[in-house]
Design a protein around this ligand. Structure first.
Ligand SMILES: [Zn+2]
Length: 306
């Protein structure tokens, strides 16, 4: 009996100790959730040690198309801030927010951060006559893949986090400056390595590299999807292959969630190289994650274009 009581006391004290240790750790850092990995990486660059960032879409999941499960709502329940991509890419997050019962991250809460504020949006329907599909109704939402957009995105994140924790604004601003200084040097190097490839035509599985291509002087020659979110018809693929051979397209871009088998067949038929981009997404954490994943994309694409 006595032994059992001692054991129970031990268990209770361990539980209490563990409980307080856990909440102290969690309580000292801002709890941030991002819908996609790029935004998680940029939030870690800005937030540094002051934040703990979780992500809703796993790196191998198509960010357009996420099934909202209870686990996402649980992640959001105690979040101080939620960073969304906006431009209708991650509208599925609305459902998760509703289910999270967390007023801080609703549209009227102080913790909701829309990273797209101030982004010069490309391919807005009505302004251009191409690449309009079922999943890009507000224009092309994939601006986070272009490192040149990082100054705008990180400013939005600083402003949002500082709304939640005003006393930390100076820290976020310093982290942002340090990150952008490093990014600027790295981007100059990336731009230099793309210079000899200026104007090179690339076929992509899904139209999510237009911002990146515009930044580095490449051109999207076509997409394997018929329109964003719409799978290819046989007629579309015949036309695409014909065009690729005629224009000597050298690279076909796929991502972890693309139909890679189909893309590999197209690339082979057109004697082009397959470039797997976003392969490192979600595999690195911390303030350098965005630089590491973008570096991997730059390297894979240059390799395919050579
Ligand atoms: Zn898209």
């Amino acid at each position: 009996m006595r032994q059992r009581r001692i054991a129970m006391c031990l268990f209770a004290s361990l539980y209490v100790f563990g409980f307080f240790a856990g909440t102290a750790e969690a309580g000292s850092k801002l709890q941030v959730v991002a819908t996609i990995s790029d935004l998680k990486a940029l939030a870690e660059a800005v937030g540094g040690d002051a934040v703990e960032v979780a992500v809703l879409a796993r790196a191998n999941q198509n960010p357009h198309d996420l099934e909202v499960r209870p686990s996402l709502m649980i992640k959001l329940r105690h979040a101080d801030a939620l960073i969304i991509n906006g431009l209708e890419l991650d509208d599925w997050a609305n459902v998760a927010v509703q289910g999270s019962n967390n007023p801080a991250i609703t549209p009227s809460g102080i913790g909701l951060i829309d990273a797209s504020r101030g982004i010069p949006v490309l391919e807005v329907p009505g302004r251009v006559d191409r690449s309009m599909g079922d999943v890009h109704p507000a224009g092309n939402p994939h601006y986070t893949l272009d490192p040149g957009m990082a100054p705008i995105i990180t400013q939005n994140i600083v402003d949002g986090l500082a709304r939640v924790a005003p006393e930390q604004r100076a820290v976020f601003e310093r982290n942002r400056r340090e990150f952008l200084t490093k990014l600027e040097t790295t981007m100059a190097r990336w731009a230099k390595s793309f210079e000899p490839l200026r104007g090179a035509k690339v076929v992509v599985y899904h139209a999510d590299w237009v911002y990146f291509f515009t930044r580095f002087g490449l051109r999207q020659a076509g997409t394997i999807e018929e329109r964003p979110g719409i799978p290819a018809s046989p007629g579309h693929l015949v036309r695409l292959l014909h065009q690729m051979k005629e224009e000597q397209v050298k690279a076909v871009v796929v991502e972890p969630w693309s139909d890679r088998e189909l893309a590999a067949r197209i690339a082979k038929e057109a004697s082009a190289n397959l470039a797997l981009l976003n392969a490192k997404l979600g595999t690195v954490n911390g303030p350098d994650a965005y630089l590491v994943t973008t570096e991997a994309n730059v390297t894979a694409l240059i390799q395919a274009l050579r």
